[in-house]
Write a protein that binds this ligand. Sequence first.
Ligand code: ADP
Ligand code: MG
Length: 566
Amino acid sequence: MERLRALLKRLDGRGYKAYKELAGSYRGPWFQLLIDHVQPDPFAAPSRVRLLMQRDPAQFPAEWLSPPWRRTALEDYLARALAAVIGQTDRRKTGTGNSGLIAVDAPGQEILPRTAVKVTEATIELRLSIGLPAAGRTILADAADRLLAESLPGIVRQAVGELDRQRLLRHLQLADQQQAIRQFLREHGYVCFVANGSILPRQSGVSNRPLAGERVVPFQSPPSLEVAVPLPHREEPLRGMAIPKGITLIVGGGYHGKSTLLQAIERGVYNHIAGDGREYVLTDASAVRIRAEEGRSIAGVDISPFIQNLPFGRTTERFSTEDASGSTSQAANIMEALELGCKLLLIDEDTSANNFMVRDAKMQKLVRKEKEPITPFVDRARQLYEEHDVSTILVLGGSGDYFAIADHVIMMDEYRAIDVTARAQAIAREHGERQREADSRFAYPAPRMPLPASFRSLHKGRARVEAKGRETILVGEERIDLSSVAQLVDESQSRAIAEMLWRIASAADGRKTLSQLLEQLFADIESKGLDSVSRYFGSHPGDLALPRPYEVAAALNRLRSLRVSS
Ligand code: ADP
Ligand code: MG
């Protein structure tokens, strides 16, 4: 650190570019400071630094690092602690642009494997962004010295050195419990669990935090669906609603909490932090939220189980379009999810194409089956379950035609869940005017092989692939729109996907299937860590979070230049 001080003295008053000389490694009393990347000017993306320290087994015992979900929870906790201390620290702006900034890629409500903090057997590594201070474009060495030698280590000492061990332990124990619930679901044939007392509604459409106030109704399972899950670190088993495999409907009047329940279930593929309200809402990790998505592109997807005999003899076994309709996009979203092994479809009538969901008895009388390309989902859902073990949870307000195929019907009534299965099935028996339309078996989608030509724009010169916020990834001139991909929840996941697209682009040879490409990618990450997807050589990749294969595929499937053979 003395060397850093001397270096800074020399740089004082010089042009900003001279900061480049700082790149390197410096030893402090209890840490090592690594300056990986130096920003070229005060307005550019901030500089990247790491603080590395030895893991003191007395302070960070080995049982905090394994099993793997504990390590993820530990790293997550440290990133949160760091973000909290940074948030509390009074940081006056020390100059132009982002001068004086200190930031860490802070987690949201979900606990995801991320690259902001890395704990190994020997070390703890914290990855931060800083703004090297300047007046105009002139180096402010004193301010830089305070930032690097005082503020930065001070923040880390407070976050890591003085951490609240009790709270951290509860964080790790929650991870154990979430793991135990997932295990319980698998062993007992359930697709999701919603604990009694869970708070499902969110503050607003743009906030992921729990709704607070007297009007919030905590979730309570209907007695018929209630189970008790034995959990570690807790004497009483945890009670709540477990939805079995099969077809489950969530019905009820408008504004009674149907979509809110489905959204909590769709987010249950991830673990949430204590106090989120959904920390004990857990869902089969292969669940995919399906919706209509007009205008998306589709590349060679077999949508024939749902759509056949388009006008002018257009085939649908390898359906491609630049501009999908509501029903074709919804069909493609389902087939793409199945292609990767999805075992639970989550569908909300609010965001579905009407004609994809059902054709009622009256319409069947007027328009003959031969004239209708669409086999509605109501006639396929049962087959998907019976032939392929794919379950569905469906939110419905308007169509009772699904009663006939449902295993369970849950009614939301003023935010309370009621089991109305028997009544719904009785109604279905009384009013069975509708004809079933699916005759053949449900043909599972054939694997698709992405062709190298899909990625031509990447190989041209210095094409960029980068995330712009959560919802957009730029690939060369192209813009992938991920706004309809509901289970992509964190901007850092989108950044990781952008990096992964490079990997996939170089591995795609026209023979490997999409699922093989993803399996390979995720196996690599498993063995080498999420860092390994980053192309950011010479600097730390401190701002990535792990997406699921489904969301990586979702990005690829929405790449308009994607070409496949099958
Ligand atoms: P639906 O899909 O049945 O029309 P929503 O799930 O969209 O209803 O919920 C309607 C409104 O009620 C939303 O603003 C939501 O935040 C709120 N809400 C949902 N569940 C609860 C609950 N358990 N307690 C209080 N408010 C809730
Ligand atoms: Mg709704």
